[in-house]
Design a binder for this molecule. Structure first.
Ligand code: IPE
Ligand code: IPE
Ligand code: MG
Length: 247
């Protein structure tokens, strides 16, 4: 018999989000696409707080992909400006909230002023421990795998799953438990290709600026209903959780 004391519902340790739908959100309101990205920053601020309040330890968000350079020039430059402005505005509160901010992606393609902003923000938040916020910017999953392989080759190290995994950009973190994509599309768009091996996927039709606490809680509730089997059978998983409860 199962114990009558239920184990607390698991909160994902690491959530990753493809924050999609800013452009459509703006277009529906007859606003320029960049306005949608501005409201996207507001949604991210709320989401960071809500994740910290719910006990999530690591939040990784996709803010700009290596393919997003192919967008119209004004949108790309608008996004770069928004990043610099948002950092100077948001970092003091992130420090107060105990958020450690890190950028993940290829830095060499970014301008000197953007790079300086990233480094300043990272340095100001580096001693914070409540929530780790990884912002994937100029990031691609294929780039991540290739840079990991290149680093191992340069060091003359053997390529194994463990060594390659450790050489990935976020190799010092456990893989995401839950990957959320907003905006209704059901694809990975070159996000965490390696790290998504056993992540639970959740797709929301909400456009990113509309992603609120209720939408986050729906994703968390869906996650709790998932059975993570890692190749095993359901019976094996149930037997294991029974024996844990009995212990
Ligand atoms: C996601 O929103 C943000 C970035 C890719 C920078 P989009 O800008 O892709 O929004 P949609 O998909 O066009 O609505
Ligand atoms: C993925 O969204 C990248 C980010 C959210 C930063 P896209 O809007 O670029 O993805 P596709 O082009 O629809 O696949
Ligand atoms: Mg999009």
């Amino acid at each position: 018999m199962k114990s009558s004391v239920l184990a607390p519902a698991p909160v994902p340790h690491h959530i990753a989000i493809v924050m999609d739908g800013n452009g459509r959100w703006a277009t529906r309101r007859f606003l320029p696409r960049v306005a949608g990205h501005k409201f996207g920053v507001d949604a991210l601020r709320r989401c960071v707080r809500s994740c910290a309040a719910r006990g999530v330890a690591v939040l990784t968000v996709f803010a700009f992909s290596s393919e997003n350079w192919n967008r119209p020039r004004e949108e790309v430059s608008g996004l770069m400006e928004l990043l610099v402005v948002a950092l100077s505005r948001e970092v003091p509160q992130l420090v107060k909230d105990g958020v450690c901010l890190r950028f993940v992606g290829e830095r060499s393609g970014l301008s000197a002023s953007v790079n300086a902003g990233l480094v300043r923000a990272e340095e100001s938040t580096e001693s914070n421990t409540r929530l780790r916020l990884n912002v994937c910017f100029n990031y691609g999953g294929r780039w991540d795998i290739a840079q990991a392989a290149r680093r191992l080759a340069e060091r003359g190290e053997e390529i194994t799953e463990a060594s390659l995994g450790a050489a990935m950009q976020m190799g010092d973190f456990p893989d995401p438990d839950l990957i959320i994509r907003t905006g209704g599309e059901q694809r990975i768009s070159n996000f965490l290709l390696w790290q998504a091996a056993y992540s639970e996927l959740y797709f929301s039709d909400k456009l990113w600026p509309d992603f609120d606490d209720e939408a986050l809680d729906s994703a968390l509730a869906a996650f709790r209903r998932r059975e993570r089997r890692y190749g095993k059978t359901s019976e094996q998983i149930l037997a294991r959780s029974d024996s844990q409860q009995a212990a």
